[in-house]
Design a protein. Structure first.
Length: 395
């Protein structure tokens, strides 16, 4: 009796994995060519990290706003798929125009802001659709499938930087925009496959089931932990990993070595559903934080390339566990009719973590901190999160 719904839900997750892949790939293309676009407009390259940081702030605000809008549409029993596709189409057009507007800095920055804001339609809402497909209990497993798109795109990033070197930005931007626009149609298909039995709750019942102050405080605490974990991951993958590999290997091998974290992340995504299903989101999150911190420490102190590669893969596995368990907790601990708000808040926190990393780099804090302190920072953040999680109990 449950085989057909399970297959349908898994198929929906794979469709959304395609959406995640093309969205993440479009961001990779954008980051690769942004320095060239800024140079065309006469914008000094020292502003590049600050522009990328501003993009993340826009992501954070848009993720939250789109999540709230999805919840309101759900309460009114309105379909959200076509609206999300429309936003994705606007995002694709804005991205398509970026190379053509590069000569005019004001228009370039405006188009960039439009692209970033509207592309939030492809971040939080797919997780809301997943939670409505199979219920919040299966959200971690389905999110693991969807996040494979992010894993593959992140693993391809170093290779794309080499392959696309010297290419006219217009062609990659056009292909990325087309892929994002077409893949967003999967949102409509997934929503049409949702059960038709969902009905709005009476106003009195909705008010009665709203979380109280203790629940809101616990939710804010979980978001703070997510910020610590995500900031640690950002520092490790975007700053520390390259320096750690350069210490033990030829820098020419970096494009082949940097993706090993995301290889481990992919393996973790394939296993997280079974682990969370048997242990629960919170126990998995606690264990993954502690063991992940050990893996990060192993990468920081690795004395051989083989030990570093293994540590990076293991750290990637536990980051997959952390991310999927966090998404599951967002569905489990959030209000039943506010899944969009919960997942939007989580996506916003991840964007704020990325903003913090760009801000650290732009301000020169990363260079001033020194390699030893930067190596220790992700370990300390994940250890702190593990200690803070210890008193929490499963719902």
């Amino acid at each position: 009796m449950t085989t057909v719904p399970s297959l349908r839900n898994t198929r929906a997750a794979w469709l959304l994995a395609g959406v995640e892949f093309f969205f993440s790939l479009s961001w990779v293309v954008y980051v690769i060519f942004l320095p060239e676009l800024l140079a065309r407009g006469g914008i000094d390259k020292r502003y590049l990290p600050w522009i990328l940081a501003a993009d993340q702030l826009i992501f954070a605000l848009a993720d939250w706003s789109v999540g709230v809008a999805v919840d309101r549409a759900r309460l009114a029993l309105r379909t959200i798929g076509p609206t999300l596709v429309l936003l994705s189409a606007v995002s694709a057009v804005a991205m398509l125009l970026l190379p053509w507007l590069a000569a005019t800095p004001t228009l370039l920055l405006l188009a960039t802001a439009v692209w970033v804001a509207t592309s939030s339609a492809l971040r939080a809402p797919p997780y809301v659709l997943l939670s409505r497909c199979a219920g919040r209990s299966a959200l971690s497993r389905l999110a693991g499938i969807q996040l494979l798109g992010l894993a593959v795109a992140s693993a391809l990033a170093p290779y794309l930087a080499i392959v696309l070197k010297g290419v006219d930005p217009s062609l990659p931007f056009a292909f990325s925009a087309l892929a994002v626009g077409v893949s967003a149609l999967a949102l409509v298909r997934v929503e049409r496959g949702l059960p038709a039995s969902e009905q709005p709750l009476p106003t009195a019942r909705v008010a009665a089931t709203k979380p109280g102050e203790p629940a809101r405080a616990a939710w804010a605490f979980l978001l703070l932990l997510a910020l610590l974990l995500a900031f640690g991951q950002q520092i490790h993958t975007a700053i520390n990993s390259a320096a750690q590999f350069k210490r033990l290997a030829d820098p020419a091998l970096l494009p082949w070595l940097l993706p090993v974290f995301w290889v481990g992340f992919s393996f973790g995504l394939l296993a997280v559903g079974r682990v969370v299903g048997s242990r629960g989101e919170l126990p998995v999150l606690k264990l993954a934080c502690a063991l992940g911190a050990l893996a990060l420490a192993g990468a920081a102190f690795a004395a051989s390339l083989a030990a570093l590669v293994v540590s990076q893969i293991v750290a990637g596995v536990f980051w997959a566990f952390i991310l999927c368990a966090s998404i599951g907790l967002a569905g489990e601990r959030g209000h039943p009719l506010q899944t969009g708000r919960s997942t939007g808040a989580l996506m916003a926190v991840l964007a704020v973590a990325t903003f913090s990393r760009f801000g650290l780099a732009a301000s020169g804090g990363a260079a001033a901190s020194g390699a030893a302190l930067l190596d220790a920072l992700p370990v300390a953040l994940w250890c702190a999160a593990a200690l803070l999680l210890r008193p929490l109990r499963s719902a």
